[in-house]
Structures are given as C-alpha cells and as structure tokens.
Design a protein around this ligand. Structure first.
Ligand SMILES: Cc1cc2nc3c(=O)[nH]c(=O)nc-3n(C[C@H](O)[C@H](O)[C@H](O)COP(=O)(O)O)c2cc1C
Length: 366
C-alpha cells in the first residue's frame, strides 16, 4: 500500500468556484461518486451517503434541451432531495444557449453545481457534438463553457477524458483554458474516447493535466476499486481527489473506507454479509419510495444481478429478483436471505469483481 501522498497536495491553494478553499477542504479531498447512467440514481446515492464518507455525487448525464422542455424522463433523472447534497447535475449538449439556459434553471432549482459532460463516448451523444466530441473543437467548447460560467453563480465543473485518441491528448490544454474561464474543478477519466472502457487508465496523462492548472482541483478517475488504487492515483498523478464509479457499485463502503484510511491509516473491515444484505434492502426501498412500486421494481431488476453475485442467493432467488414484481415479494426474499445469514461466510464478499456492463464492439458503433 502507498502510505504517503505527495506533499505538494497539502500546499496547493484550491478554489471551489469563487470560494477559496483551505487546502484540506473536504469538498476537494473527499471522494466523489462518478456518474454511471442508469445506476447512480437518487436511491443509490442516498443509500451510499448513509454509509458515510461520500462528498459530491453527480446525476446521470441529462440533455440540456430535454431539461429545458422539462421532459418527464429528464425530470426523473435530476430527482434529488435535501439529504442528497452536495449534488451536481451533469449536462450534455452542444448548443451554448441551451447549455447556459439549462444551467441557469438548475441554479434556480437549488442544485449545488453544474457539471459538463465531455467524456461520453456513445454515438447518440457525440453525433450532435456533445460528450467527448467537445474535445475536438477547443474554441467552441471553451466559449460554451465560458457562457455557462458567466451565467450562474454556482460552481461549474467539467468531466472529461484525456482526449479523443492517443494522437490528441488534449486534457492539459483544455484544463488550463477551463481554469482561465472560471471552471471550479475538473474530473478526469484517464482514458481517451477511442479507448472506450478498454485498456488501462493513463496516470501520466492525468498527472500532466494536474500540472497544467494552477489553482483548481483535478479529480482523478478510472479503475479505482480499492484503497490501494485510490492511493496510487493520488500519489502518481498528484490529483487533488478521486471520483469512483464502478468501484462504488462493487463496494459502496469504499468512500467510508477511504475517509477512514485518510484519517487513521486503516480503512477498517470489509462489509459483512449482513451489511451487504441490509444495503440491498435499503437501496430497494429507496427506489420504491422515489419511483413507486412498479418503477422501483423495474429499476431494481437492473441491479439484481450484482447483488446476486455478491449475496449468492442461489438460482431460484436470482430468477425471482430479476423478474421482481412487488415489494411484498422482495421483502419475503430478503427475509429468507436473512434466515441464512448465520451460515454465510463473510469472506465470500471479497469474491469476484462485479461486471458492470459497458458498451463493447467497435467504438464507432456505440
Ligand atoms: C454504465 C456506465 C454509465 C456511465 N455514465 C456516465 C455519465 O452519465 N456521465 C459521465 O460523465 N460518465 C459516465 N460514465 C463514466 C464514469 O463516470 C467513469 O468516468 C468511468 O466509468 C471510469 O471510472 P470508474 O472505473 O470508477 O467507473 C459511465 C460509465 C459506465 C460504466
């Protein structure tokens, strides 16, 4: 395990929007939940927040135009509540006017900060010039970002990839330009668009981006699954904080463990079977509370397989969970699993990594 972090981390003056931060300010240091469209719902965010240690969480990406039209689906995606703070809503789009107006609307709606998506590699988003395609036209993108920063008082952040491909690692240049127009922080997924989710995270590219900015925090992201991974990201890139996506689905306690590790040098024990089961129950009931029984059950089906991988309830329960229809059925399954608790070996939880589906095949067809 990497025990110490570069001392430069402790002296760099950080800012959050117009607010200067003490270098140890938790907003920059406390790990963030990276957005995972379809998974990082309000219910999941709240369930993770209850475990402790989580700083900023970000909603799924939402289209600026759809937000301005108050599309029902978009309003569901930005659903939040006072316990879900601090929270950023992530916008995508390529029209400067729509992005600016959507950011203004979000400010009035009471969101903590607005994040601009410049990382999504999926064709539906990039074909209109949004997501990672914004990394291809620097002047237009910087103008768009400046327009948003000037229109709102809340912090505006950017989440981006290293660049379009290996031949154009543009993140350091963009980061510097974003800092100049007033962006409050940058989250950097250390892959290029053409890498998709393949290969490994380029820590050197993140480091170069950290070195390119003067004051604002750069948050390192990609493939952090353990405390060691987070420590490595911090130590080798000099980043000011980390954002964790898939690793939080695998281990929702990771934020709490990181916070404890930073404070005491010991991440504490891994979650037991009983805690994992309780987390699943809490997640499900929050889904139902926010979306109603029918949609809550439908949403849960999407995540049922991960819970089955870690809880290993057997094929019969798995089949029932992936076709879940009602709260009563869920409660009866959970109570059956609780009855088997005493026979479970907690070591099972250190088992195989959950596979979170990512787009695959040639990236041009994503
Ligand atoms: C299923 C899925 C959905 C994602 N949705 C978003 C999104 O809405 N906005 C975004 O900026 N990144 C999105 N990402 C990228 C993640 O936020 C993150 O940058 C990437 O998964 C690498 O970090 P990780 O290894 O910690 O997951 C998504 C990734 C996955 C796998």
């Amino acid at each position: 395990m990497i025990e110490s972090l570069p001392t430069s981390l402790d002296t760099a003056p950080l800012r959050w929007g117009s607010v200067p931060l003490a270098s140890r300010d938790p907003l920059a240091r406390v790990p963030r939940l990276a957005p995972l469209a379809g998974y990082t719902t309000l219910a999941f965010r709240l369930a993770v927040r209850e475990l402790g240690g989580l700083g900023l969480a970000t909603t799924d990406l939402v289209n600026a135009r759809a937000l301005l039209l108050r599309s029902r689906r978009t309003m569901e995606l930005i659903q939040t509540c006072p316990a879900d703070r601090p929270v950023a809503v992530q916008l995508y789009g390529n029209s400067a006017d729509e992005m600016r107006d959507a950011a203004r609307w979000l400010e009035d709606y009471g969101i903590t900060s607005v994040d601009i998506n410049m990382g999504c590699p999926v064709h539906k988003v990039t074909r209109g010039g949004g997501g990672s395609a914004m990394l291809c036209d620097r002047d237009k993108t910087v103008d768009l970002v400046r327009g948003i920063v000037e229109a709102v008082r809340i912090p505006v952040t950017v989440k981006m990839r290293l660049g379009w491909d290996d031949a154009s690692i543009t993140a350091p240049l963009f980061a510097r330009a974003f800092e100049e127009v007033g962006v409050a922080a940058i989250t950097l997924h250390g892959r290029t668009r053409s890498q998709g989710f393949g290969g490994t995270v380029n820590l050197d590219g993140i480091r170069r981006t950290v070195e390119a900015v003067r004051r604002i925090p750069v948050i390192g992201n990609g493939d952090i699954r353990t405390i060691d991974d987070a420590a490595r990201m911090r130590a080798l890139t000099g980043c000011h904080g980390v954002a964790i996506g898939r690793g939080a689905l695998l281990n929702p306690w990771i934020f709490h463990q990181l916070e404890r590790w930073e404070r005491t040098g010991d991440p504490g024990p891994s979650a037991t079977y009983a805690e994992r089961l309780a987390f699943m129950v809490r997640h499900f009931h929050l889904l139902v509370e926010h979306r109603g029984e029918r949609f809550g059950c439908l949403s849960f089906r999407k995540v049922a397989n991960w819970y089955c991988r870690v809880l290993r309830p057997g094929r019969d329960v798995q089949q029932r969970l992936i076709r879940l229809e009602s709260v009563a059925e869920f409660d009866s399954i959970a109570s059956g699993l609780r009855d088997t608790e005493a026979h479970r070996d907690d070591r099972e939880w250190h088992g195989p990594e959950l596979s979170i589906p990512v787009p695959s095949g040639p990236i041009e067809r994503w």
